[in-house]
Design a protein around this ligand. Structure first.
Ligand SMILES: *Cc1c(COP(=O)(O)O)cnc(C)c1O
Length: 400
């Protein structure tokens, strides 16, 4: 089929680190002072500066940089007071590090169903939040889909549910003008290569709670050097905690912080660039027969660094033919319906370490037909056009 269009770009290729980040990183490499606490008296290290700047960006009092978003979530759960055996509510559509953080905190997971626009089922949440032993809630804004946060806060407040947000895909996003990650007691972000800022690996935790951040800083492995943190509460807060909280050693280093600081300055511009590509793709894909892009709430100001769509009413055979056909023409789609966990997709049925998990009919039905595509900023608007043409061509031949 020589007439078939071919897409040649790499779906995992991000843009290079900006010059400012590279220059500062080289200075740090030449100094040998990579460790965040390896600073001169009174000097603020890059990690501390990043924390100040990210706290300011988020409009939050405190920030801790750490090894990953997974570790930020784990530290947030522990620091908020989750005890072994406690139950943590969590939407069933999320990525493996989220249940991993819950398991790492020794907690049990209570899965909450999702609805057709891929966000959490608010009715199921309200019902499960009403249980007397429901105290903790990890809300994962999976693939950047933000649910109605007004309703979320109503449900949390009515039931005394403590909210922690997983914002790995919503860094830079807002709900009704308020930053994603600023609703709960803590917000957790990723700076892993495929997220909105790239330091290879890395995580950021923000909060206004002095006790929570003091615990998180000590947990992260501060060796009693928490004075060198500058997005922190008064030193007195640490005094009563310092021998009560263990060191889990999951800090960020100055090198990665140096890569991130200039990226933070450009974050909002980058988000807009993602959204231009997202909107072009959404518009093109939603016109294709057999493909559904669920509408998004006008209050949701998302960051379209990836796009999801559903092949509603298509059977597994046709879905396989569709995915295979797209891949043959260079368009790499992921599918959440796989029986076995593959790459960066994750279905809750593969989190067997929790023991038997309930069958959530809607989550199963929705994931079974959900496709997912990365939108790296190395793609141009013309690239998006070509991707739409290819998907349309394949859809015409294999979808009913
Ligand atoms: C990537 C991701 C995480 C974890 O981020 P890491 O920094 O890799 O630990 C958590 N939640 C979601 C939804 C993610 O996509």
């Amino acid at each position: 089929m020589s007439s078939n269009k071919q897409f040649k770009k790499d779906f995992t290729l991000q843009e290079p680190i900006c010059d400012g980040g590279i220059e500062r990183a080289l200075e740090i490499l030449k100094s040998g002072k990579l460790h965040r606490y390896n600073v001169n008296p009174g000097e603020k290290g890059e990690a501390a500066l990043l924390e100040e700047e990210f706290a300011a960006y988020m409009g939050k009092k405190y920030c801790l940089s750490c090894a990953s978003c997974g570790s930020a979530m784990y530290l947030a759960l522990k620091s908020a007071g989750v005890n072994p055996g406690d139950k943590v509510l969590c939407n069933a559509y999320t990525l493996a590090p989220v249940p991993g953080a819950i398991e790492n905190a020794g907690a049990a997971i209570e899965l909450v169903d999702i609805v057709d626009d891929y966000t959490i089922d608010l009715e199921d949440l309200a019902a499960k939040a009403a249980a007397p032993d429901a105290k903790w809630f990890m809300l994962s804004h999976m693939r950047g889909h933000i649910t109605n946060m007004d309703r979320i806060m109503e449900i949390c407040n009515a039931n005394g549910l403590v909210l922690i947000e997983d914002c790995a895909h919503t860094m830079g996003a807002t709900w009704d003008q308020k930053k994603s990650g600023s609703f709960g007691i803590a917000g957790c972000f990723s700076t892993q290569t495929y997220k909105h800022m790239n330091s290879g690996e890395g995580g950021l935790l923000v909060t206004d709670d002095p006790d929570l951040i003091a615990r998180a800083i000590i947990y992260s492995g501060s060796y009693m050097l928490y004075e060198r943190h500058t997005a922190r509460p008064d030193m007195a807060v640490f005094e009563s905690l310092k021998t009560q909280v263990p060191n889990y050693s999951c800090r960020m280093d100055n090198l990665r912080a140096a890569l991130l600081r200039p990226q933070l300055k450009d974050l909002d511009i980058q988000c807009e660039r993602w959204n231009k590509r997202y909107r072009a793709l959404e518009k093109g894909l939603s016109h294709i027969e057999g493909i559904t892009c669920p509408p998004r709430d006008p209050k949701e100001n998302y960051v379209g660094s990836s796009i999801q769509f559903s092949l509603v009413n298509q059977n597994e055979e046709r879905i396989h033919a569709f995915l295979g056909g797209c891949l043959e023409q260079g368009v790499e789609l992921k599918w959440f319906g796989n029986k076995e966990p593959v790459g960066f997709t994750s279905a809750y049925s593969s989190w067997k370490y929790f023991g038997e998990l309930p069958y959530l009919a809607n989550t199963q039905r929705i994931l079974a037909v959900m496709c997912d595509m990365r939108i790296p900023l190395t793609f141009t608007l013309d690239d998006c056009k070509l991707i739409i043409e290819i998907i349309e061509q394949v859809a015409k031949t294999v979808l009913k």
